[in-house]
Design a protein around this ligand. Structure first.
Ligand code: HEM
Ligand SMILES: *[C@@H]1O[C@H](CO)[C@@H](O)[C@H](O)[C@H]1NC(C)=O
Ligand SMILES: *[C@@H]1O[C@H](CO)[C@@H](O)[C@H](O)[C@H]1NC(C)=O
Ligand SMILES: *[C@@H]1O[C@H](CO)[C@@H](O)[C@H](O)[C@H]1NC(C)=O
Ligand SMILES: *[C@@H]1O[C@H](CO)[C@@H](O)[C@H](O)[C@H]1NC(C)=O
Length: 454
């Protein structure tokens, strides 16, 4: 960081301190003016996520601020109230999205579909299918092993996405998608075009030909996957597959769109988290070693019962999702004037419960900017700060139990089987934001060297 940046940050620091000495009068929602915006631009360029994180600290006394057209909330109490009291702010972006017919919209729409879907995502239903996830991790390991035998580095970004898609297929849809076998290249291509290239990286526009084509292909591919699944006769005594049940409650179009939602929400999130976890493990060799020992000690038991707890591995996962919440914010919307705490929020406001800022704020977490998985074990560091990687309340992430089990099994089994290390091609950990779907991705594909341990 240059001297100019240091000077500007110094000025901002003095400004912040005086600003926060002024007590909260009236119901104003603070908002950076031209001067502050100018200084932020000098320091952070167009890194909007970093600017917002900075503003969380800058306005900490107020608990919220306005930026561009949205209101960002980070005071824990206000944040909880907003999450629980307000409707999800999804309608807007759903207009142009392939997900518009899904249950993502209003909570009051189609409760029976919601119930059918909720039953498959229940913790117990997911845990019953833990062994399916283990065989997907085994197939992932097989692919990694083949690379390591040829002394090739692995592209874990690509592999994680294929793996996560197979897990969604097996666990949520009762379908073999064979993404790891290379059978879903086109579908994966659509996903990355829509989610990475358009929404996260902004390389292509959502009005452009490439995006429109990817959406069409996504529709065609999911249509034929669903048709195949519906045409498959179940064997006597076999339960109806989940897709068939879904189709019965909501018909073809909605079943397909919900399938698209599972593929998008369920593949992207965990697939982005795995490379981040592995990156951090290669950056902290002592941690790599600890997680590996825990995995080695518990592997036999884990394969018999995938639900056993792995305290160190889970503390690592918690800390990764604290410092780098893959879903960096939660959207809510006001449809009429509401009061949150003592603040009046006008009707038709877009509210952003700013998870990224909350998790990384020194005002909420002790040593917030440091990566310390042991804070989630018994070590004296407070871990009582607000922690909402999956959201909260009635719209909490429906896939959280799947995500947790999937990540735990992937990390433990991969570390049991392999050593991971960085190579010159491994990029630094930097994120790009998909503001439409509220997801962050590492900006580049993660490449590692692997050596087999077994
Ligand atoms: C590390 C992994 C994941 C993270 C961090 C994550 C995070 C989140 C967050 C923060 C929300 C919004 C909650 C709210 O608005 O209050 C959400 C919603 C959702 N997530 Fe996840 N998620 C993950 C994995 C998954 C998986 C594996 C699925 C499986 C399909 C999934 C499906 C969904 C769905 C369908 C919703 C919308 C729920 C609703 O609107 O009621 N997520 N997720
Ligand atoms: C794992 O891969 C093998 C072949 O490589 C395939 O036959 C099997 O169906 C795959 N398993 C899963 C659970 O996808
Ligand atoms: C990783 O895999 C993806 C998907 O196949 C590919 O597009 C990308 O170029 C690969 N990245 C690197 C750095 O090799
Ligand atoms: C909402 O608040 C605005 C001022 O912020 C006020 O002008 C308007 O009358 C209020 N609307 C209702 C329905 O209370
Ligand atoms: C894996 O890493 C550990 C610790 O760094 C080392 O002791 C071990 O020899 C490595 N194993 C292989 C197969 O490279």
């Amino acid at each position: 960081m240059g001297i100019l940046h240091t000077v500007i940050l110094g000025i901002l620091q003095v400004w912040k301190v005086t600003l926060n000495l002024v007590s909260l009068k009236g119901n104003g929602i603070p908002e950076p003016g031209v001067v502050l915006k100018f200084l932020l631009n000098l320091v952070f360029g167009d890194e909007k996520l970093q600017k917002l994180e900075y503003l969380t600290d800058f306005y900490y006394k107020y608990g919220l601020f306005r930026y561009e057209t949205k209101i960002y909330i980070f005071d824990p109490k206000l944040a909880h109230t907003a999450i629980n009291k307000l409707e999800k702010g999804a309608e807007d972006y759903l207009k142009n999205s392939p997900l518009k017919e899904t249950f993502l919209g209003s909570s009051h729409k189609s409760p029976e579909v919601r119930r059918a879907i909720a039953s498959i995502f229940r913790k117990t239903s997911i845990e019953e299918r833990g062994k399916l996830i283990i065989s997907d991790v085994d197939n992932l390991s097989e692919k990694i092993l083949r690379k390591s035998e040829k002394q090739e580095n692995i592209n874990i970004t690509e592999l994680s996405l294929q793996f996560a898609m197979d897990v969604v297929g097996h666990v949520l849809l009762d379908l073999n998608l064979f993404a790891l076998e290379g059978r879903q290249m086109k579908l994966l291509d659509c996903l990355t075009t829509i989610l990475h290239r358009c929404y996260a990286l902004g390389e292509i526009s959502d009005q452009g030909q490439e995006f429109i084509q990817a959406n069409k292909d996504f529709e065609k591919l999911t249509t034929s996957i669903l048709e195949d699944a519906l045409n498959k006769e179940e064997r006597p005594g076999e339960e109806k597959t989940f897709v068939k049940k879904l189709h019965e409650v909501c018909g073809f179009a909605q079943a397909r769109d919900n399938m698209k939602l599972f593929l998008m929400a369920g593949s992207e999130t965990t697939a982005s988290t795995i490379p981040v976890i592995l990156f951090l493990l290669t950056a902290y060799p002592e941690l790599h070693h600890q997680i590996q020992s825990e995995a080695d000690q518990n592997m036999e038991q884990l394969c018999k019962d995938p639900t056993i707890s792995l305290p160190k591995t889970e503390a690592l996962m918690k800390e990764v999702l604290r410092t780098y919440p893959i879903a960096p914010f939660i959207s809510r919307r006001t449809f009429y004037n509401v009061t949150l705490g003592s603040v009046e929020i006008p009707a038709n406001s877009d509210l952003i419960v700013f998870t990224w800022g909350i998790h990384r704020s020194e005002n909420v977490w002790e040593k917030a900017k440091q990566f310390l998985p042991s804070r989630f074990l018994e070590d004296g560091l407070s871990h009582g700060g607000m922690y909402i990687p999956f959201g909260a309340g009635s719209r909490i992430c429906i896939g959280q139990h799947l995500a947790w089990l999937e990540l735990k099994l992937a990390v433990a089994i991969l570390l049991h089987k392999f050593n991971f290390s960085k190579v010159p091609e491994t990029p630094d950990l930097r994120f790009v934001v998909d503001w439409a779907h509220a997801v962050v991705h590492p900006d580049k594909d993660m490449i590692f060297k692997v050596t087999s341990r077994i």
